[in-house]
Design a protein around this ligand. Sequence first.
Ligand code: ZN
Length: 269
Amino acid sequence: MKPSNKSRRILAVFAHPDDETFLAGGTLAKYAARGWGVFLLCATHGEAGRRGEYDHLTPEQFARLRQQELEAAAHALGIRRPLFLDCADQQLARDCWASATQEIIRAIRRIRPEVVVTFGPDGISGHPDHVAISQIVTTAFWTADLTSVLPVESSDLPPFAPSRLHYVLRSASVPQCCEVKASLEAPPLTTVIDIRNYSVRKLDAMRCYQSQKHLQPEDPSVVESILREPENFHRAVPAWQGPAVERDLYPQSASTLPPSNAAEPILKR
Ligand SMILES: [Zn+2]
């Protein structure tokens, strides 16, 4: 994963394979097509989502399958090959908090993204992994420029502060199928991204998740709404002043390109 200093960059961080596609796939595809570097970190392999015809697979085999599905989805969206944090599915808050925070800070320092995208505090469904990754990424966003939180390990990883933090909200591609695990309030809508020119890519990416057939849109009216409707976000940082929603994650007028002090930092694991 090699960020170019010539383009702007988005770092999206989600909990499970498929979160990125269903919630923000059209947006990620749109910015990639615009020439942005679009990077994706997935905290787990989603191995707890095994069901039906996949029951005969071991958790390790199913984790590999879900990794392959996410890699295929990322290819369909036109974004960079995803990286995994190797946290255990359903255990993000219990077992992986500190290590995931440090890994995401390192990723922010290597990639130097203008925009970070993740779950909001509601986790869409209140899923513990979604809520945990929201809090972990928000902490990393605020502290990636502090050497007191994570010391600089080498000269090619200087502290860095991204400009914007966006939380995903429900949109047409997230049916009311998901069991709500906790009743947490979603933040308000501030940002609407028109994905109509990229919704076919999003649908293609959704179809890559054959192990999650229960999430696949089959109803033609649902497919039609995915093709037509925008993706929704809450801009957490800088605080949204409203009242009208914005229609870009990072308007051209937001700032000039940040100075690059690392020639071509490579994202290592
Ligand atoms: Zn998820």
